[in-house]
Design a protein around this ligand. Structure first.
Ligand code: MN
Length: 230
C-alpha cells in the first residue's frame, strides 16, 4: 500500500560536526529546579511530571547562526525557558538510573518557549497545557553534541540573556531530578525510542520576550544558542 500523499519530512536536529539527528518525540520535564518551582507557586518538592511537544516543534539553529522565531499567535506573554536537552540513542522501558547514560546520544542547548498566558488559563481550568507549550517553533535547539565528546553532563552553568541582560542563571547540578532519574521515571511511563529529545526543565527567572528581542542561551560544555524573535 502506498501513502495517500507524500509523508512530511522527518523533523531533525543538526549534529555538531555533521549529520542529522531524526526527532521521534519531545518530552519536557516540568518544574525541575527548586527556585523555578517556587516562582511558579510550588514548593519545589514534588515527583517529576512531563508534557510533550510535537517533534516538528523543533526550530534547529545552526552553529554560530542566529535562529529566527516568529512571535506566535494568540499570546501576549511569550516566555523563555532555557533548558538542557538530552537526546536518546537507545530506547527502552524501565531503564534504571544507573544505566541511563548508556541510552544518551548527546546534548544540546534548547529553549522551551511558552505562551504563559495560555498555559496559565489552562492551569486555572484544569485543562491540558498543549496550547501553551506545544505550538509551532516552540522548541528552538542548537546542534546536538555527542556524549562521546562532552562526557556525562551533571554540572555546569546554564543561563539565558535577553538583549545582553542575564535573565535566567542556574547550574545543572541544581536539577531536582537529574538526567538519569528523569530517564528512569520517563521510561516507566513511555517506551523511550531512538530520536527522543528530553527538555529537562528550566532554572528560575523565566520572563517575557517581544518582537526584536535576541535570546542567547548558554550551557557550560555545550555553547550558545541564539534566537531572534521576529
Ligand atoms: Mn520548561
Amino acid at each position: 500500500m502506498s501513502f495517500v500523499f507524500t509523508p512530511p519530512a522527518t523533523p531533525a536536529v543538526p549534529v555538531a560536526g555533521g549529520g542529522l539527528f531524526p526527532v521521534h518525540r519531545i518530552y519536557c520535564v516540568g518544574r525541575n529546579y527548586a527556585e523555578h518551582a517556587q516562582e511558579m507557586g510550588f514548593t519545589g518538592r514534588e515527583p517529576p511530571f512531563f508534557f510533550l511537544k510535537p517533534a516538528d516543534a523543533v526550530l534547529p539553529v545552526a552553529d554560530g547562526a542566529i535562529g529566527e522565531m516568529a512571535y506566535p499567535p494568540l499570546t501576549a506573554n511569550l516566555h523563555h525557558e532555557i533548558e538542557l536537552v538530552v537526546a536518546i540513542a537507545t530506547g527502552g522501558r524501565n531503564i534504571a538510573a544507573a544505566d541511563a547514560a548508556r541510552h544518551i546520544w548527546g546534548y544540546a542547548v534548547g529553549l522551551d518557549m511558552t505562551r504563559r498566558d495560555l498555559q496559565n488559563d489552562m492551569k486555572k481550568q484544569g485543562r491540558p497545557w498543549c496550547i501553551g507549550k506545544a505550538f509551532d517553533e516552540s522548541a528552538p535547539i542548537a546542534p546536538l553534541q555527542p556524549i562521546a565528546r562532552t562526557g556525562e553532563l551533571t554540572k555546569g552553568a546554564i543561563t539565558v540573556s535577553v538583549n545582553g541582560a542575564v535573565r535566567q542563571k542556574g547550574d545543572l547540578s541544581e536539577l531536582i531530578w537529574n538526567v538519569a532519574e528523569t530517564i528512569e521515571t520517563l521510561s516507566k511511563a513511555w517506551t523511550l525510542q531512538p530520536g527522543d529529545l528530553i527538555y529537562t526543565g528550566t532554572p528560575a527567572g523565566v520572563g517575557a520576550v517581544v518582537s526584536g528581542d535576541l535570546l542567547e542561551g548558554f550551557i557550560e560544555g555545550l555553547g550558545t544558542l541564539k534566537v531572534r524573535i521576529k
